[in-house]
Design a protein around this ligand. Structure first.
Ligand SMILES: [Zn+2]
Ligand SMILES: [Zn+2]
Length: 131
């Protein structure tokens, strides 16, 4: 099997509705389409693609890194540590901060997908359904 076809399938998977998937989830979803694929092939392909900048890797507090297709709108996330809600925020205020930091500290920013942890509005009110 050509590794490039694995990469194409991963990209296809991740570009669907801005999916954020762990390596394990990607493998599970790929298996029906590529029955012969093994986990290490998928993990190696993910590493290669992240290195090449085709996908981004982030820690969204789910116990494993999540992968996401790069491209389209740059965006960032607010993640609620209590209920796990993920909000997507626009890039503008973040890139303004990045430009300021790059200038001030002569630092070249590589992060392109920022994850900020906290508590969402309903968790602050303490009115979520689950105990
Ligand atoms: Zn994202
Ligand atoms: Zn919450």
């Amino acid at each position: 099997m050509k590794t490039s076809s694995v990469e194409l399938l991963i990209l296809d998977l991740l570009s669907h509705e801005q999916a954020h998937l762990t390596a394990q989830e990607i493998y599970q979803q790929l298996k029906p389409r590529l029955p012969a694929v093994n986990p290490s092939t998928v993990y190696r392909a993910l590493e290669r693609m992240a290195h090449a900048g085709k996908i981004s890797v982030s820690d969204m507090g789910r116990g494993a890194m999540v992968y996401e297709a790069v491209g389209g709108e740059r965006h960032h996330h607010l993640v609620c540590q209590e209920c796990g809600a993920v909000m997507t925020i626009e890039d503008q205020p973040v890139s303004e901060l990045f430009r300021y930091l790059e200038k001030k500290y002569r630092f070249e920013m590589i992060t392109n997908h920022l994850i900020l942890f906290g508590r969402c509005e309903s968790c602050q009110r303490g009115d979520q359904d689950e105990p």
